[in-house]
Design a protein around this ligand. Structure first.
Ligand code: ATP
Length: 656
C-alpha cells in the first residue's frame, strides 16, 4: 500500500515526564488507523505533533514521501493534515455553514453564498442540520459531526479525529462512520483515536496501541477481541493506580510467570499482531490468541454483570464486596406510572443537611412518609413508600425493591429547548437507572430539574421517602443530590482550569465565580483539608505527580484524567442521588470498568443512580433498566438482566 505518513522514533517530554519515547508508525493511503491506549498514554500528544499544535523533541516524520515537520497548525493544514481535537471548542456565534468552511478559501464569503455548498455536504453525510443554525444551538456531539463535515470540505489528506465519538449516539455514530468511509474512498487516510473499542474495531483497518510511550504492536482488528485490545493497552502503573490494594500479589505472580521462558504464550511474537520495526517494548505483552468477529455490535453477548470488563485476575477492591443484588423493579412498579401522592403527612422530620452549610435553608419538606425516621435518612436501605403508599420491602420482602428516588409529574422546559411534561419514573435501591434516547429528547430537562440548575416543577419529588422540592443547586446539594456535568455544560477550555477549582466547585465550568465559592465554604480549613485529601487521592490515581500542586494542574491533564478527577470528587460526596451525565466519556477501558463499579457501589449503599448516556455499550454494562426518550417523552423502557444490547439498539433506532 502507498504510504502517506511514516514516522520514526518520535519523542516528547513535558519537563521530566517522557510521554512519547520513540514512536514508529506507518499510515497507508486510504486507510483508517485506530489509535488506542490508556488515559495519559500520549495519544493526543502524538496527534497534536502531527497537526502542528506541538513540536516533537526528536524523531523523523515523512508525509507524501517528503520530510514533514510542521511549525504550527496552519503549516500542517497547508501540507494536508486536518484535525478534530479532543477538546475542540467552536465559536457559538458561527453558523454551521461558516464552521464548515472556516479553514477554506470560502471562509470570507457571505453566509448566503455558503448555504448551498454546506447543505450539499451535510446532505452527502446525511447530517440533518441546517447550514443556518448557530453552533451555540447544537449539542457538543452534533458539533463534532459538523467538524467531521468540515474535514470533507477541506483538502486534508491525513485526517485526525481525536475522541470525536465519545458522546455520539448510535445514529450519530453511523453518520460519522459514513463520513469516514467517504474520506477514505477519496483516498484520504484517517487516524482515529477512541476509547470505544468496539467502534474502533469496526472502523479501523489496523489498530496502533500506544503503550509506555511507544507503539509496540499493531493489531489486526479482525483477529482480536475488545478484551484483547484492552489487554494490549494495559500497563502495570495504571493498573496499580486503579487497583492499589490487590495488585502486588498478582504482579508478583505475573512476573514469575513472565520470567519462565516456557510459559504459555510468553513469546513476544503474536499471531494476531505485527510489531513495527525498531520498537522494543521492555516488557513484552503476551497477547491472547482468540480471534473474534469485529462487527460493531455493542456487546452482543455481554458478560455476566460481575465480570464486566475487568478481567477476573484484576478483581478490584470495589468488586470484592458481596455480589450486587438484582435491581430490576417489580412489574407492579412500572417506571412511567401516574402516581398519586402519598397521603402521609405526620410530623415533619428534622432535615439534617449533609454538610454544615451556613445560612442556607433546607429545601421544603412537604410530606414525610410515615415510616421515615425522624432525621434525614442517610445511606442504606429501608422500607420505602411507593407511589401508591405501599412499601415494596413490606410487600415483597425484598429490600432491593425499595424506591429511593421517585419523580412524579415532572414538567420542565429544559435547558436546550426540549422540555418534558408530566413525566414520572422511579429509581430503586441498588439500581443504576439508564436514561438515553434521541439527541435533545428531554434528558437535559430531567437532569437540570433534579440538580436545580434549570427550572422544573414536580407534582411529587420524593427522595428516600421524603417529599422534597429542588429549586436551586444549593437545594440539591443540601439534599445530597450530586451531579457530574455533561459535555454540553463545560467547554474544553474550561476543563483546562485548575484541579483545585474543580475540587472546590464540583466542576470545571465558569457557571459560578471561583472566589465566591471559596468564600462560601464554611471554613478555609475545610477547604484546605479537602484539597489536601484530593491531592493524596489523585496522586494515588496517578492523575497528578509528586511535586505537582492541584492549583497548577488542569491544562496538563489528558482528557480522561480530567474526567477521572471529577468522578473521584463525585464519589467522595456520598450522595443520596447521583446523576452522572455521559460519565464514561474520555475514560479508557479499565477506567470505565472502575467507574461502573463505583456507580454500583453507590447504588448498593443506598443511592439512586441516574446514568445519562448515549453509549449503548455503557448502558448495557451498567444498567438493568433503561428509559428511552424521544421528544420529551419516555417512549420505551428496556429491561433485562443482562440487558439486551440488540433490544436497546433497536429501541434507539426507532426514536427520532
Ligand atoms: N501541557 C502539558 N504539560 C504537562 N504534561 C502534559 C501536558 N499535556 C499532556 N501532559 C501529560 O502527558 C500525558 C499524555 O497526555 P495525552 O493527552 O497525550 O494522553 P492521552 O493518551 O490522549 O489520554 P486520554 O485518553 O486521557 O485523552 C499525560 O500524562 C498528561 O498529563
Amino acid at each position: 500500500m502507498d504510504t502517506l505518513l511514516d514516522i520514526v522514533g518520535i519523542s516528547k517530554s513535558y519537563g521530566t515526564h517522557r510521554v512519547l519515547d520513540g514512536v514508529d508508525l506507518s499510515v497507508g493511503r486510504g486507510e483508517v488507523v485506530g489509535i488506542v491506549g490508556e488515559n495519559g498514554a500520549g495519544k493526543s500528544t502524538l496527534m497534536s505533533i502531527f497537526s502542528g499544535h506541538q513540536q516533537a523533541d526528536g524523531g523523523t516524520m515523512r508525509l507524501n514521501n517528503a520530510p514533514y515537520w510542521p511549525k504550527d497548525s496552519v503549516d500542517a493544514q497547508s501540507r494536508g493534515v486536518g484535525i478534530i481535537q479532543q477538546d475542540f471548542t467552536l465559536d457559538p456565534e458561527l453558523t454551521v455553514a461558516r464552521a464548515i468552511f472556516r479553514n477554506t478559501y470560502q471562509a470570507d464569503r457571505p453566509q448566503r453564498a455558503l448555504v448551498r455548498p454546506a447543505q450539499w455536504l451535510l446532505d452527502e453525510a446525511a447530517v440533518g442540520l441546517s447550514p443556518d443554525m448557530a453552533i451555540g444551538e447544537l449539542a457538543h456531539a452534533e458539533q463534532g459531526l459538523v467538524e467531521a463535515v468540515r474535514l470533507l470540505a477541506e483538502d486534508a489528506q491525513l485526517v485526525i479525529m481525536d475522541e470525536v465519538a465519545a458522546t455520539l449516539n448510535l445514529k450519530e455514530l453511523d453518520k460519522l462512520h459514513f463520513i469516514i468511509s467517504r474520506l477514505t474512498r477519496q483516498g484520504r487516510s484517517v487516524l482515529y483515536v477512541s476509547h470505544r473499542l468496539h467502534e474502533v474495531q469496526s472502523v479501523a483497518s489496523q489498530i496502533a496501541v500506544i503503550r509506555s510511550g511507544r507503539i509496540p504492536e499493531i493489531l489486526d482488528p479482525r483477529q482480536v477481541t475488545v478484551d484483547d485490545i484492552a489487554a494490549h493497552m494495559r500497563t502495570r502503573g495504571a493498573r496499580r493506580a486503579w487497583f492499589p490494594d490487590r495488585m502486588d500479589e498478582e504482579f508478583a505472580r505475573e512476573e514469575a510467570e513472565a520470567a519462565q521462558p516456557s510459559a504459555p504464550g510468553a513469546s513476544a511474537e503474536a499471531p494476531t499482531t505485527h510489531a513495527p520495526q525498531r520498537s522494543a517494548d521492555p516488557a513484552p505483552y503476551v497477547p491472547p490468541t482468540a480471534p473474534a468477529a469485529p462487527a460493531f455490535e455493542p456487546s452482543p453477548t455481554p458478560e455476566p454483570m460481575d465480570s464486566w470488563a475487568v478481567p477476573r485476575s484484576m478483581t478490584s477492591p470495589w468488586t470484592a464486596g458481596p455480589a450486587r443484588k438484582p435491581a430490576v423493579p417489580p412489574a407492579a412498579a412500572a417506571p412511567t406510572f401516574e402516581a398519586p401522592v402519598v397521603e402521609a403527612p405526620v410530623e415533619a422530620p428534622v432535615v439534617q443537611p449533609a454538610v454544615e452549610a451556613p445560612a442556607v435553608e433546607a429545601p421544603v419538606v412537604e410530606a414525610p412518609a410515615p415510616q421515615a425516621p425522624p432525621t434525614a435518612p442517610g445511606r442504606g436501605r429501608r422500607a420505602m413508600a411507593s407511589d401508591d403508599g405501599r412499601t415494596y420491602a413490606d410487600e415483597a420482602g425484598d429490600e432491593s425493591q425499595q424506591i429511593i428516588l421517585e419523580v412524579v409529574g415532572l414538567t420542565a422546559p429544559g435547558m436546550s429547548g426540549q422540555g418534558v411534561e408530566d413525566l414520572s419514573f422511579s429509581v430503586f435501591s441498588g439500581e443504576v437507572l439508564g436514561i438515553t434516547g434521541s439527541r435533545r429528547a428531554g434528558q437535559d430537562a430531567i437532569v437540570g430539574a433534579l440538580n436545580g440548575r434549570a427550572p422544573g416543577t414536580f407534582r411529587t419529588l420524593r427522595i428516600n421517602g421524603y417529599n422534597r422540592t429542588i429549586s436551586s443547586p444549593e437545594d440539591a446539594a443540601l439534599l445530597k443530590v450530586a451531579y457530574l456535568a455533561g459535555p454540553d455544560e463545560e467547554t474544553g477550555e474550561e476543563r483546562k482550569r485548575s484541579v483545585a477549582r474543580a475540587m472546590l466547585t464540583g466542576g470545571w465550568s465558569d457557571g459560578s465565580s471561583f472566589e465566591s465559592e471559596v468564600d462560601g465554604i464554611a471554613t478555609i480549613l475545610g477547604a484546605l483539608e479537602k484539597l489536601h485529601s484530593a491531592t493524596k487521592r489523585l496522586r494515588g490515581r496517578r492523575a497528578i505527580r509528586h511535586g505537582e500542586k492541584l492549583e497548577s494542574v488542569g491544562s496538563t491533564l489528558s482528557g480522561g484524567q480530567q474526567q477521572m478527577v471529577l468522578l473521584d470528587e463525585l464519589m467522595t460526596q456520598e450522595a443520596d442521588v447521583l446523576i452522572v451525565n455521559e460519565p464514561g466519556r474520555g475514560l479508557d477501558f479499565d477506567a470505565r470498568a472502575v467507574m461502573r463499579e463505583k456507580l454500583n457501589d453507590a447504588a448498593e449503599n443506598g443511592a439512586a443512580v441516574l446514568l445519562v448516556s448515549s453509549d449503548v455499550d455503557e448502558l448495557v454494562r451498567s444498567c438493568r433498566r433503561v428509559l428511552v426518550m424521544d421528544r420529551g417523552q419516555i417512549v420505551r423502557t428496556v429491561e433485562g438482566s443482562p440487558l439486551s444490547p440488540d433490544e436497546l439498539s433497536a429501541a434507539l433506532t426507532q426514536v427520532g
